[in-house]
Design a protein around this ligand. Sequence first.
Ligand SMILES: C[S@@+](CC[C@H](N)C(=O)[O-])C[C@H]1O[C@@H](n2cnc3c(N)ncnc32)[C@H](O)[C@@H]1O
Length: 300
Amino acid sequence: MSRKLPHPIPYQGSKRKLAPMIHSVLPKTIETFYEPFAGSAAMTLYAAHHMLAKRFVIGDCLEAIIELWRSIIESPEETSSRYAAVWKGQCDDNPDYFNIVRERYNSHHDAVDLLYLICRCVKNAVRFNSSGRFTQSADKRRLGMAPDKMADAILGASILLRGKTELRKGDWLLTSDDARPADLVYMDPPYLGTTIGRDKRYHQQLEQDRLILGLEAMNRRCIRFALSYDGMTGDKEYGPPLPDHLGMTRLLLHAGRSSQATLQGKADETIESLYLSQNLKAPEKLALEQPKSLQQELAL
Ligand SMILES: C[S@@+](CC[C@H](N)C(=O)[O-])C[C@H]1O[C@@H](n2cnc3c(N)ncnc32)[C@H](O)[C@@H]1O
């Protein structure tokens, strides 16, 4: 527990900052913690760091990110040295270097190439076109996480997750279909506001009807779940509310100023919803603030 909380994949939309607040409302005894929309698996890392569950299941439909997790957890040294080699390649001042790696990733789907692209692309925001090709461009002002920092984060994540984590590729309904009542499924699907329209943020989109059918099925199986779904920044809202018949409690998490608002010099605060399933005990206060002590924990 004394080690820093590692976060090797700096994914835009990561729940790293909200993890302490989400963790504070989860049950304290969990057999297996499922994260079927894992991305950078921020909640799994936080839960493992705080020994919240005995086992973990990390799932995502983006197969290369699951391969990246396999590589991080099972071969941390090799993954770090491969990352360092790709990262150092950009120091030769070849303005096309990022695009060369991107092209190579689009042909071979190598997990370490994906890690470099995530670290180096604009706002760490992956973007894919309809044929699944990575399309985001390089952020010209940054080089991406330095290899020594990455090596620490990779090793820390491997220590936390090795021997107790199962990795699953595919749709969330399949990767969480063996969850049982003693488990907990934490879901962070792409918000509807980020999935429709031309600019498709994630590798695959999720329609609300399908999400609702999946949640109904979980209720029938008495599965405990928590769902990050919609949110708002200033007066901009993401995602329509979810129906009452699901019996969930909606909590409002005050996440602070969004990095986008900060960049644009705005004071807008981001508020995210967290829905708790009907069989989880909701806290009395439905609007949660990030306590100072938790903010310090993130800065570890
Ligand atoms: C909002 S991100 C999750 C971010 C994550 N909470 C974190 O801390 O990094 C959503 C993730 O869900 C994945 N995804 C989208 N549709 C999916 C589906 N139908 N089944 C499984 N994963 C899906 C995307 O590839 C993406 O990695």
